[in-house]
Design a protein around this ligand. Structure first.
Ligand SMILES: [Zn+2]
Length: 375
């Protein structure tokens, strides 16, 4: 990465004597003397430049820009050899951070994240800032695939992940179950709606249990943009929280593959109920198990329509949003294919096809259903 003050690549060793009239020996000894004093300083500067890596400098720039007030803009370093975009030779992305989203996103180890809306190189973007990380989802669909720029503190250079559809000729789908009545405290089914003006309406809490096999999956490729969609649909006065949970025996090590998938979901929801009794007043809970593998062959997820429990695989980038969509009463029938230079599938489309891109959006008809449910 080019340092603002000097570049290790720019410094070239002289290839010929500066004063040709002098003897070769005199010139050599002069070079040796200069090298003895200059080389250690040069190496030290290179080490300092490496310590101030492009990840750390972009995160520092981001924090500084946001602290000075929104909206704001900055340049974010990109990987040297990234291929996500046509202009791959550029070393920086132009970032605009517009607003902070009023949502709570809580990681088990890293505390609370801050989410922002904005644009990167003109495309809609969601920024997630937490711990020593900055993840940026950039929605370039439908012209090209969406991508995520990830600045992680333990790395020197950012990573760009292009979010493609799962490459498969199988028919992909999911399993939709009718809503079930559970314990009286459950939020499933006909929830009594909060009467505005009398009591604060319940907070929407989406608990995402990351299966032990999905620990290394980049969660924000599936999550941050979905949070952005739901936050935009929240009725006035409603708040939302997303709880990421890991390492919970019985829940995150649950054997979800094989056998009767509907039975599996029931067994898993019983585990959740046992550890997270839904007796908390003022909260509407939704629980999702996020897995690395297919839920079963060619099945990306399972959920109760309008229910509280679901399982979604990381094999497709819209599956998490799709299963939460069912839990919020969105339907396959209301999904659509959009065309704007290329085809993309809205989230609730029943069968994913890798020829099309993802829209990373619900259809207008499904958005209407979700908005009504979130009331
Ligand atoms: Zn479905």
């Amino acid at each position: 990465m080019p340092h603002p003050f000097f570049s290790c690549q720019r410094v070239k060793r002289p290839t010929h004597p500066v004063h040709p009239a002098r003897s070769v020996d005199a010139t050599r000894s002069r070079f040796a003397a200069v090298r003895a004093t200059w080389l250690p300083t040069y190496l030290l500067l290179c080490l300092l430049a490496a310590a101030g890596n492009s990840v750390a400098s972009t995160i520092t720039d981001f924090d500084g820009a946001v602290a000075r007030g929104l909206p704001t803009g900055l340049r974010g370093d990109l990987p040297v050899h990234e291929t996500a975009r046509a202009d791959a030779t550029r070393a920086a992305a132009i970032m605009h951070v517009d607003t902070r989203m009023p949502v709570k996103l809580v990681y088990p180890d890293s505390g609370e994240a801050s989410l922002y809306r904005g644009k990167v190189d003109g495309y809609p973007a969601i920024f997630t800032r937490y711990a020593d990380r900055l993840d940026i989802f950039v929605n370039a669909a439908p012209h090209s695939d969406a991508y995520n720029i990830s600045y992680a503190g333990e790395k020197t250079h950012p990573e760009v992940r292009v979010l493609t559809q799962p490459a498969t000729s199988e028919t992909l789908g999911d399993i939709v179950l009718p809503a079930i009545k559970k314990t009286p405290a459950s939020t499933t089914g006909d929830r009594p709606k909060a009467k505005s003006g009398i009591r604060k309406p319940p907070e929407w809490v989406f608990s995402i249990f990351v299966h032990d096999d999905a620990k290394n999956v980049a969660l924000n490729d599936h999550l941050s943009w979905w949070i952005g969609l739901i936050e935009a649909m929240l009725p006035a006065g409603r708040t939302m929280k997303i709880d990421i949970r890991r390492d919970l025996p019985g829940i995150t090590d649950f054997a979800y593959t094989g056998g009767d998938t509907a039975r599996k979901l029931l067994d898993w929801s019983a585990q959740v109920d046992a550890q997270f009794p839904q007796d908390e007043a003022g909260v509407n809970n939704k629980f999702l198990l996020f897995t690395d593998e297919w839920v079963s062959a060619g099945v990306g997820g399972i959920a109760h329509q309008g229910g509280d429990y679901g399982i979604a695989s990381a094999k497709g980038h819209q599956f998490l949003a799709h299963e939460f969509g069912h839990m919020l009463k969105a339907t396959h029938e209301n999904a659509e294919i959009r065309y704007n230079g290329w085809w993309c599938e809205t989230i609730m489309f029943a069968t994913a096809l890798d020829l099309r891109s993802n829209c990373y959006d619900y259809s207008d008809a499904n958005e209407k259903l979700i908005r009504a449910y979130l009331e």
